[in-house]
Design a protein. Structure first.
Length: 142
């Protein structure tokens, strides 16, 4: 009788552990970068003749912004809707904040990498002219 009770309790404990591990594995990490994100879903902004598609990727999550604008550069279109922020330097805008998430190289070696159609961009966001059909990406990188 005692052996059957111990076996049953052991099996119940194992099942509880499996449920807990499974639930934790599917949970969103609310202590990561995305806790500070302004937008958690794909979102469209503005009205204008040009369309800019920007994927923001951090910690294996991505949100896509579609910006309709009359601005000429990717940076100007994103700044127009407060989607990025940073510091002006000798090479242009150094993007530190994207969608409310901060990357600070001086603190932990992180930065926002800028890509065009999956390839590292030749210039910064504020000098990159908007091209229809191009997908831009800002990826949190360490």
């Amino acid at each position: 009788m005692k052996r059957a009770l111990k076996t049953t309790l052991s099996l119940a404990l194992v099942l509880v552990c499996i449920v807990c591990v499974t639930a934790c594995g599917n949970a969103v990490d609310e202590t990561g970068l995305w806790e500070n994100a302004t937008y958690l879903q794909d979102t469209t902004f503005g009205e204008g003749a040009k369309t800019v598609v920007v994927e923001v990727t951090a910690e294996e999550q991505t949100v896509t912004f579609t910006v309709k604008t009359d601005k000429d550069t990717v940076g100007a279109a994103l700044l127009e809707h407060d989607l990025i922020a940073g510091d002006e330097g000798q090479y242009g805008l150094y993007v530190k904040v994207v969608n409310g998430m901060t990357a600070d190289y001086d603190v932990d070696g992180s930065y926002w990498a800028f890509y065009e159609n999956g390839a590292y961009a030749n210039g910064g966001v504020d000098s990159t002219q908007i091209q229809e059909g191009v997908t831009y990406q800002l990826a949190y990188t360490k």
